[in-house]
Design a binder for this molecule. Structure first.
Ligand SMILES: Cc1cc2nc3c(=O)[nH]c(=O)nc-3n(C[C@H](O)[C@H](O)[C@H](O)COP(=O)(O)OP(=O)(O)OC[C@H]3O[C@@H](n4cnc5c(N)ncnc54)[C@H](O)[C@@H]3O)c2cc1C
Length: 365
């Protein structure tokens, strides 16, 4: 096998996790290559909603709460830095989400959640149906009340990943197009093309494909794809500047002017096609919440795969000498990206283990 290049660190996968890790390590002075077979941000990292929320998700409330809060703080610190290095606006901004309730039972649940959010220093504002309708007049008058989040932020996930990749390159990082097929030889990454990269540190950030046994020499990890779909609508006006959420269905206008509605969770293997059934269920949820959207025009319908671990939490850490995994971020990978990058950087640069046990790959080895 001819070695085509040599670097300190090879990162397999150019999604948000691979790019965040690449950025950290290149900034610290290491020579780093990201190897991506399809295109930077061409899967979940380029099509996610981009919500940065510590208020819900796997392990919340529970072991993931503190990590989610810290992850959100890291975005506040680092996204402006990445924007300035890359000259790309990530659209990092406060997200004014409102959880609405359609009946008294749902309102009781939202208010009970509000109690624990406040107790965890995740501020909210309790709102009457009238005040929600004043802010968002196109929401159905069937709502009985809700809660507005004051701790939520969001980004454009595609622009964040692109900004991380660009900032990575500006710190000397190299992005290589290629399909990694083997990590069997210690200190080497083998591509389908037959070329090899020599790198003492190799980091697997291949998203849901990490569990598919496509790369020889990586441990068997319980990571699977969970399909999610989002529809973008054109709907003139400035309604839905608040992200309005009714349990799962949500409606939100993004800075691109389009109204995004979502989403679905489906076990469909590696199928990334946008389906008619998901379109119908997303539209039904949105129209239930805001019947006026009936006149909206569908501009884009995307489907992609959340890399999801057996317990729903990320899977991070060293699995062999110089071989690392950073994967399984599921529905929170945009939020956790900087945090996971920090854990990997601590390990690679300082030989320090800062990964909480609930997130450590050792739980599955
Ligand atoms: C509908 C939807 C909405 C979401 N909304 C949010 C949200 O609001 N907030 C949030 O925090 N998260 C959200 N997520 C989750 C988030 O998108 C993912 O957790 C995150 O993008 C995962 O990033 P990744 O880098 O691990 O994987 P990916 O983005 O899948 O990237 C992995 C990359 O590895 C490459 N690759 C794989 N195998 C190889 C190989 N052998 N050789 C070379 N390259 C390879 C792939 O081509 C791919 O580009 C959402 C996800 C979905 C589906």
């Amino acid at each position: 096998m001819s070695v085509t290049s040599t670097c300190d660190v090879a990162v397999v996968g150019g999604g948000v996790i691979g790019c965040a890790i690449g950025y950290r390590l290149a900034k610290s002075g290491l020579s780093v290559e990201i190897i991506e077979r399809d295109g930077i941000a061409s899967h979940a990292s380029g099509n996610a909603y981009g919500g940065l929320y510590a208020t819900f998700g796997p392990g919340i409330p529970g072991p993931a709460l503190a990590v989610a809060k810290k992850s959100s703080e890291l975005h506040e610190q680092l996204d402006p830095e990445i924007e300035s290095v890359s000259d790309i606006d990530t659209e990092f901004r406060p997200s004014r989400s409102i959880d609405v309730a359609m009946d008294e039972a749902a309102l009781k649940e939202v208010n009970a959640n509000a109690d624990w959010w406040e107790s965890e220093d995740l501020p909210v504002e309790r709102l009457s149906a009238e005040s929600i309708l004043e802010m968002e007049p196109l929401v159905t008058p069937n709502i009985v009340g809700g809660v507005r989040h004051l701790s939520h932020y969001e980004v454009d996930s595609y622009k964040l990943t692109l900004a991380l990749a660009t900032a990575f390159e500006r710190h000397g990082g190299v992005i290589r197009s290629g399909n990694v097929v083997s990590l069997v030889t210690p200190g080497e990454v083998t591509l389908e093309s037959g070329s090899a990269i020599s790198a003492p540190v190799r980091i697997i950030c291949s998203g849901p494909w990490a569990g598919a046994n496509e790369i020889a020499g990586i441990p068997n990890l319980p990571i699977r794809p969970v399909k999610g779909e989002i529809i973008r609508l054109s709907f003139p006006g400035d309604d839905f500047s608040h992200r309005v959420v009714n349990g799962r269905p949500y409606i939100a206008r993004k800075p691109d002017g389009l109204v995004w509605i979502g989403t679905t969770d489906e076990e469909a293997g590696f199928d990334e096609t946008a389906s008619a059934s998901a379109r119908d269920s997303i539209l039904a949820g949105a129209l239930d919440l805001a019947p006026a959207l009936e006149s909206a025009v569908i501009e884009q319908h995307t489907a992609c795969l959340r890399p999801t671990s057996a317990d729903g939490l990320p899977v991070v850490g060293q699995v062999d000498d110089g071989l690392y995994v950073a994967n399984g971020a599921g529905s929170k990978g945009i939020l956790y990206s900087h945090m996971i990058a920090e854990w990997i950087a601590d390990s690679v640069l300082e030989n320090a283990d800062s990964i909480p046990t609930e997130f450590a790959v050792s739980r599955f080895l």
